[in-house]
Design a binder for this molecule. Structure first.
Ligand SMILES: C[S@@+](CC[C@H](N)C(=O)[O-])C[C@H]1O[C@@H](n2cnc3c(N)ncnc32)[C@H](O)[C@@H]1O
Length: 290
């Protein structure tokens, strides 16, 4: 399944890219949002695309090969100020972050993001991060419980951690891990609304990729990334991320460093959700640098 960019119309409205402007997409993924941004900035603008996944970068390089004003760099958005300095890229008029993973990564990256696939236990975007397989070699039950509880908000964290720990040396695929988790929780888990492994997989992915730390780092560097008047648009997919964005924005607004332009988070319409179920949990917050 190809990745459908979420809240595309809203992103373009709030990021408001214009001719001659400089825009950064820090999570360029399959380039869906980036294409729409490029249409708005035209040939006179500049677009910097960053992604942590090498395969996404290779695909982006092919897709945008004929655009000399699109710069594509493999890296972590948390390091954006450094990436910009190294590449002589000036402060931008807009920054887009569409957090988490893409449908392509879930379906066919082979990196173990899906509990429905026989894939190696990586769960990382970048080979530079420690894989789940490596981590399971030394993690303790209590640390595993804490991670699943904190980053998955999973009430059966203890049982799940015990089950994973007991089989940690035998688990070789993401599907196998999913099955172990399923067996560890009650049969009517969440009344069947979500797969029993959903929260645990989310937790492990957030932990291994340091997703919340990355988000905090980029938020604390907004004024190094954007010029005054620059717009930051951030889409999150779970409450832990959204809380960080909300609180950071509030703090910065109190200090008079940004103006929040989404009083409440913008969410997908029923129509969008029916066409793209992934958009159901998306929350978009946007602010302008003062
Ligand atoms: C939801 S997808 C973005 C999809 C994109 N907006 C589009 O329209 O195709 C999120 C992307 O962020 C990337 N990513 C996750 N963490 C990252 C990080 N710390 N730095 C850079 N990219 C990251 C993932 O590899 C993935 O490609």
């Amino acid at each position: 399944m190809t990745h459908i960019p979420v809240l595309l119309k809203e992103v373009i409205e709030l990021l408001d890219p214009k001719e001659r402007e400089i825009i950064i997409d820090g999570t360029a993924g399959s380039g869906g949002h980036a294409k729409a941004v490029l249409q708005k900035i035209g040939e006179t603008g500049q677009l910097l695309l960053v992604d942590w996944d090498k395969e996404s970068i290779a695909n982006l390089k092919k897709a945008f090969a004929s655009y000399p004003n699109v710069f594509i760099i493999h890296g972590n958005y948390a390091e954006l100020p450094g990436i910009m300095a190294e590449n002589n890229f000036p402060k931008a008029d807009g920054l887009l972050l569409d957090l988490g993973f893409s449908s392509e990564q879930l379906e066919k990256s082979g990196r173990g993001f899906s509990f429905q696939k026989e894939e190696p236990l990586l769960m990382t975007y970048s080979d530079a991060s420690e894989s789940l397989q490596e981590f399971l070699k030394y993690v303790s039950i209590s640390e595993l419980t804490d991670i699943i509880r904190k980053f998955g908000e999973e009430r059966y964290a203890e049982r799940i951690a015990e089950a994973i720990y007991a089989k940690r040396r035998q688990i070789s695929s993401s599907q196998q891990l999913g099955e172990i988790i399923k067996e560890a929780v009650p049969k009517n888990y969440e009344r069947g609304r979500i797969h029993p492994a959903t929260r645990t997989f989310q937790a492990l992915r957030i932990y291994l990729n340091k997703e919340l730390e990355n988000l905090e780092k980029v938020l604390s560097a907004l004024d190094q990334i954007l010029t005054p008047g620059g717009r930051a648009v951030i889409i999150s997919f779970h409450s832990l991320e959204d809380r960080i964005v909300k609180n950071y924005f509030r703090e910065l607004a109190k200090k008079g460093r940004i103006k929040i332009i989404t009083k409440k988070p913008t969410m997908a319409s029923q129509e969008e959700i029916s066409q793209n179920p992934r958009s159901r949990s998306a929350k978009l917050r946007a602010a302008i640098i003062i």
